[in-house]
Design a protein around this ligand. Structure first.
Ligand code: DAH
Length: 340
């Protein structure tokens, strides 16, 4: 029986050493030291032994049992430890690895140019205001000195919603809304969408963008208009830009002018960019018509002002050498990604 016990101890040691999972270890514990285990089976035969042998074998049997139990616990602890190690290893995160970034968007070319224009005017003390895109005939035309039968209405093919509600054809109605609400001094620009019933081609679109400007205060003169616009254009196109004021007519300003900048491509000689004119038209402007001031409740005997209107697409086309404005609206990412 002694040999048998020794043999069990040795076999249990080897099998436990080889066990790879906690369940296997538990199975071995049952196999050797369980109620019906090998050790128990041997102890059942103790009766056959002589009284001298019994205590010796009994002691050995207890030793073997306690050896197996200790070995089982040790092995279980070892396996649990190894499992934890493996789990920690598997879940290890390398926080220094470069992140998998989703591509970021970027500004649209029209927004890039608009932001630049806003910054120039804000730098000169202008405020930025908003106006409605759906507008009354009164604000878009009447109050701006463009009555019902005025020929200027023909040049601005209008989307009417009802007889007296329309999609604004220009940002100029914002002038009226501001002057009705705010007493001078006024110094605002108002960028936004405008609408005209034009067929789409390289230089026309039924939706485009304008930036309106308005200054009203005591003693505002044409010199203020010239100074402000020259400063604006030089900041936008460079200090060496050459600016020209050309007489023009707008119903809501008197006198009125169009402002050209000398073609930066040919320096005035005439080329493809300026269509051989040597000059490129930038914006319309003028001194606010006394009737318009009056319509807004501002006394033209006390106050005067100037206004300007500029097309955003034109500025952006020139800036980036884009010869077809449809590119701005089609959102072809091959075009847009060039402005990153
Ligand atoms: N509203 C004009 C247009 O759409 C542009 C314009 C010209 C605005 C002269 C003005 C101005 O404020 O003074 O053609």
């Amino acid at each position: 029986m002694k040999e048998k016990l020794e043999e069990i101890r040795e076999r249990a040691r080897q099998e436990l050493a080889a066990a790879a999972a906690v369940e296997n270890v538990e199975a071995l514990r049952i196999k050797y030291a369980g109620k019906k285990g090998e050790l128990t089976q041997i102890l059942k035969q103790m009766g056959k032994l002589s009284p001298d042998e019994r205590p010796v074998v009994g002691q050995l049997a207890n030793e073997v049992r306690s050896f197996i139990e200790t070995a089982v616990e040790t092995k279980k602890a070892e396996l649990a430890e190894a499992m934890l190690e493996k789990q920690l290893e598997d879940e290890k995160l390398d926080v220094t690895l470069p992140a998998d970034m989703s591509p970021l968007g970027h500004k649209h070319p029209l927004s890039i140019v608009l932001d630049e224009i806003k910054e120039i005017f804000v730098g000169m003390g202008f405020e930025i205001v908003d106006g409605p895109e759906v507008e009354y005939d009164y604000y878009n035309f009447e109050a701006l000195n463009i009555p019902k039968d005025h020929p200027a209405r023909d040049t601005q093919d209008t989307f009417y919603i009802t007889d007296n509600i329309l999609l604004r054809t220009q940002t100029s109605p914002v002038q009226v809304r501001v002057m009705e609400k705010q007493k001078p001094p006024i110094r605002i620009i108002s960028p936004g969408r405008v609408f005209r019933s034009d067929a789409v081609d390289a230089t026309h679109s039924p939706l485009f963008h304008q930036i309106e400007g308005l200054v009203v205060d005591k003693d505002i003169t044409f010199a203020d208009l010239k100074g402000t616009l020259e400063t604006f254009i030089k900041r936008l196109y460079g200090e060496d830009s050459v600016v020209r004021f050309r007489p023009h007519h707008f119903p809501f300003t008197e006198p009125s002018a169009e402002v050209d900048v000398q073609c930066f491509s040919c320096k005035g000689k005439g080329c493809r960019v300026c269509k051989n004119e040597g000059w490129i038209e930038i914006l319309g402007c003028g001194m606010v018509h006394p009737k318009v001031l009056e319509n807004c409740g501002i006394d033209p005997e006390v106050y005067s002002g100037f206004a300007l209107g500029l097309g955003l697409e034109r500025v952006a086309m020139r800036r980036y050498g884009v010869d077809d404005m449809r590119l701005f609206y089609e959102n072809d990412t091959r075009f847009l990604s060039q402005f990153e």
